[in-house]
Design a protein around this ligand. Structure first.
Ligand code: ZN
Ligand code: ZN
Length: 352
C-alpha cells in the first residue's frame, strides 16, 4: 500500500449546457480494493457531447455539476489496502462501469442493466456519478485493466467505445458472412465497422450525411459508403425484393437514419439501435410485415476486457480515429472541436 500524496485534482466540470469549467476537486481517500490512476488520455464521447451541448439525452438530465468523461487510460499512481494485482506505474485502461454484482440483473449475467450501476460521468442517478476528465481519479482496482507498455494510452482510451461496439455486435448475434449496414459514421459507427469486420461480416455499408466521416469509414474498412444528404435515394437498390441487408447497426440516433434502415432490412433482419437520440415515429406495419427485430444495445460488460485485448494485441487499429489531443485546460475548445463532425472524429483530452 502506498499513500496518495495528492488530496485534490483538476477536473473538467459541467455546470450547465456549454458551461464547462476546470476546477479543483477533492480526491476521495483510497479505500480497500481501490487504486488511484493518473489519467493520461480521455476521449470525448457522444454522451459527453450530449451533456455539454444539451444538458443530457432522453430522460437523463444534468441536475448538478458533474465531471464528464468515461473513456480513460492512465497509469496506476497509488494502491489502496488489499490491492495485489496492480503495481505503481502500471499502464491501465479504466473501465468506467461499476455494477453492484448482487442485483438480479448482475446475477443474470447482464451487469450493464445493474439496478445500482455506478458508471463514470453519468447523470442517470442522483447524486450523479462523477466522471474521469481529471488529472487523477480513484476507482476500484477491478476497473483498472492492465495494458502492455507497448500500447499507447491514447489507443487504450478507445477500449470503452470499442467495447460499446463489441457489445452491439454481440446483441446482433452472428454476423459471419452477413451484409451489414451501419448508419452514422461518427466514432461509434467507425468502431462498428472495425468490430463488424472482425466478427466476419462479408460486406459493410455505411451511411452518413457528411463526406469527411464517410472517407474515414472507407479508411477503416467499410466496403461502400453513401452520403444520404447528397443522395437521399442511395439505398433504394437495397430495398429490392423485400430488402438486401441482413443486420443494421444504427449509430446516429437520428430518426431519419432509423427510418431509412427499415426498408432495406430483409425479412427477419435485425436492427441494433446503438445511438442515443430523441423519440421517433416508427412504421409499425413495416416492422410487423417483415418480422424485423429491433434490439437496443446499451454499454457493455465482458466486452471491455475483449476490447482491451484487441487493442493491446494489435488485432484492431483505432489510430485512424484519433483527430486531436488537447490539454485539459483547453477542454472547451476540445468539446467544440469534437462537436464539429466536419473537422474531427475522436478528440481526446490530455492531463497532468
Ligand atoms: Zn463513451
Ligand atoms: Zn447490479
Amino acid at each position: 500500500m502506498t499513500v496518495l500524496e495528492l488530496d485534490e485534482t483538476r477536473a473538467a466540470v459541467l455546470h450547465a449546457p456549454r458551461d464547462l469549467r476546470i476546477e479543483r476537486r477533492p480526491l476521495p481517500a483510497l479505500g480497500a480494493g481501490q487504486v488511484a490512476v493518473r489519467i493520461a488520455a480521455g476521449g470525448i464521447c457522444g454522451s459527453d457531447l450530449h451533456y455539454y451541448l444539451h444538458g443530457g439525452f432522453g430522460a437523463v438530465r444534468l441536475k448538478q455539476p458533474m465531471v464528464l468523461g468515461h473513456e480513460l487510460a492512465g497509469t496506476v499512481a497509488a494502491l489502496g489496502p488489499g490491492v495485489e494485482n496492480l503495481a505503481i506505474g502500471q499502464k491501465v485502461a479504466v473501465n468506467p462501469s461499476l455494477p453492484c454484482g448482487a442485483c438480479r440483473f448482475c446475477l443474470a449475467g447482464m451487469p450493464q442493466q445493474c439496478l445500482d450501476m455506478r458508471f463514470f460521468g453519468s447523470a442517470m442517478r442522483m447524486p450523479h456519478v462523477q466522471g474521469g476528465f481529471a488529472d487523477t481519479i480513484v476507482c476500484a482496482a477491478a476497473q483498472a485493466v492492465p495494458i502492455p507498455d507497448s500500447v499507447s494510452l491514447e489507443q487504450a482510451a478507445f477500449a470503452e467505445p470499442l467495447a460499446v461496439c463489441l457489445h452491439a455486435v454481440t446483441r446482433a448475434g452472428s454476423i459471419f458472412g452477413r451484409r451489414v449496414l451501419i448508419t452514422g459514421s461518427g466514432p461509434i459507427g467507425l468502431l462498428l465497422v472495425i468490430a463488424a469486420r472482425r466478427a466476419g461480416a462479408s460486406e459493410i455499408l455505411v451511411t452518413d450525411i457528411r463526406d469527411a466521416p464517410l472517407r474515414k469509414a472507407l479508411e477503416v474498412g467499410a466496403d461502400q459508403v453513401f452520403n444520404l444528404a447528397a443522395d437521399p435515394d442511395a439505398l433504394v437498390p437495397y430495398a429490392a425484393a423485400k430488402g438486401q441487408i441482413d443486420v443494421a447497426f444504427e449509430a446516429s440516433g437520428s430518426g431519419a437514419a432509423i427510418l431509412a434502415a427499415l426498408p432495406v432490412l430483409r425479412p427477419q433482419g435485425v436492427l441494433v439501435q446503438v445511438g442515443q437520440g430523441g423519440d421517433v415515429n416508427l412504421p409499425i406495419s413495416g416492422l410487423v410485415g417483415k418480422e424485423i427485430e429491433l434490439r437496443g444495445s446499451f454499454r457493455f460488460h465482458p466486452e471491455f476486457e475483449t476490447a482491451v485485448r484487441f487493442i493491446a494485441e494489435g488485432l484492431v487499429d483505432v489510430k485512424p480515429l484519433l483527430s486531436a489531443v488537447l490539454p485539459l485546460e483547453r477542454a472547451v475548445e476540445a468539446f467544440d472541436l469534437a462537436a464539429d463532425k466536419d473537422r474531427s472524429v475522436k478528440v481526446q483530452l490530455s492531463f497532468g
